[in-house]
Design a protein around this ligand. Structure first.
Ligand code: MHF
Ligand code: KIV
Ligand code: MG
Length: 285
């Protein structure tokens, strides 16, 4: 035995420290398993390498490079001015800071008008480090979802309040409030799942509809203003850190309150999602 090991044995005496759980990369099958096990999925938007490193360290499961960057980073009043080049730049930045979180990037406005355009735009994001792309729209996008999924591009389908449709919706308004609207949303979710969507994201819908849609689907759902019964939650990082100067939506909670660091706030968000305490009734429609 080497002197080094002998020395260790002589000073040792205590039981070996329990192995620190090694963080594993979050994969799409892992998200499906989390849904099956009832483990909530914690997602945050992220736009740069430093925050990616921090969020990854705090156990955020999915980092979303959201086209909300046009509003929170660039100061626009909607997400429409965001370009594919903007999304590629921020996706590559986040990917460089990340180790284990799954990287999801938004396809920006008008970059997925046809399946072929969606493939080309998605390929640019995947080359920059995205592992899944998100598109806004209902059953009309089923062919696009299938076209991407069949070619190795996992898709998150974003329904409910779809901010790229702000001009048709007449503002950032809660969706699925009527019986007809709720039925349409559920049918959209089923059609997108059948086309191969790996995740369905529900934005600004009544909590009861978030629950019903989640129960109807086999794939995980991620909610933002869609109640506590989705498989996971997402917030815009500037909202949960209380630094966005614009209008504060009902679903937003400032996790800096009661914390003394950004890392503390992100950890509070992750545990709030995981233990089901976020969203609370005051954050729901
Ligand atoms: N900072 C930020 N946070 C977001 O959540 C976000 C963005 N930006 N940009 C892109 C979209 C826009 N989103 C928004 C913006 C505002 C409301 C909002 O104020 N909703 C009203 C509902 C009003 C109604 O239905 O009449 C609310 O009271 O929450 C919702 C979603 C979500 N996304
Ligand atoms: C609000 C989330 C879901 C989003 O799409 C974004 O940040 O762009
Ligand atoms: Mg978006």
């Amino acid at each position: 035995m080497s002197a080094y090991l002998q020395g260790k044995e002589m000073t040792g005496g205590d039981a070996p420290a329990p192995a620190k759980p090694v963080a594993k990369p979050v994969t799409i099958p892992a998200l499906q398993a989390m849904r099956a096990a009832g483990t909530k999925i914690a997602m945050l938007t992220c736009y740069d390498a430093s925050f990616a490193s921090l969020m990854d360290r705090c156990g955020v499961d999915i980092l979303l490079i959201g086209d909300s960057l046009g509003m929170v980073c660039a100061g626009h009043s909607s997400t429409l001015p965001v370009t594919l080049a903007d999304m590629v730049y921020h996706t590559a930045s986040v990917a460089r800071g990340n180790k284990n979180a799954l990287i999801l990037a938004d396809l920006p406005f008008a970059s997925y008008a046809t399946p072929e355009a969606a493939l080309e735009s998605s390929a640019a994001l995947m080359r920059a480090g995205a592992q899944m792309v998100k598109i806004e729209g209902g059953a009309w996008l089923a062919d696009t979802v299938r076209f991407l999924a069949e070619r190795g591009i996992p898709v998150c389908a974003h329904i409910g309040l779809t901010p790229q449709f702000v001009h048709q919706l007449g503002g950032f308004k809660v969706q699925g409030k009527t019986d007809e609207g709720a039925e349409r949303l559920k049918n959209d979710a089923l059609a997108l799942q059948a086309a191969g969507a790996a995740i369905v994201l529900l934005e600004a819908v009544p909590a009861a509809l978030g629950k019903a849609t989640t129960e109807l689907l086999q794939v995980p759902t991620i909610g933002i203003g869609a109640g506590p019964d989705c498989s996971g939650q997402v917030l815009v990082m500037h909202d949960m850190l209380g630094v966005f100067p614009g209008h504060k939506a009902r679903f937003v909670k400032n996790f800096m309150e009661g914390q003394t660091s950004i890392e503390g706030a992100v950890r509070a968000y992750v545990s709030g999602v995981k233990d089901g305490s976020f969203p609370a009734p005051e954050h729901c429609f």
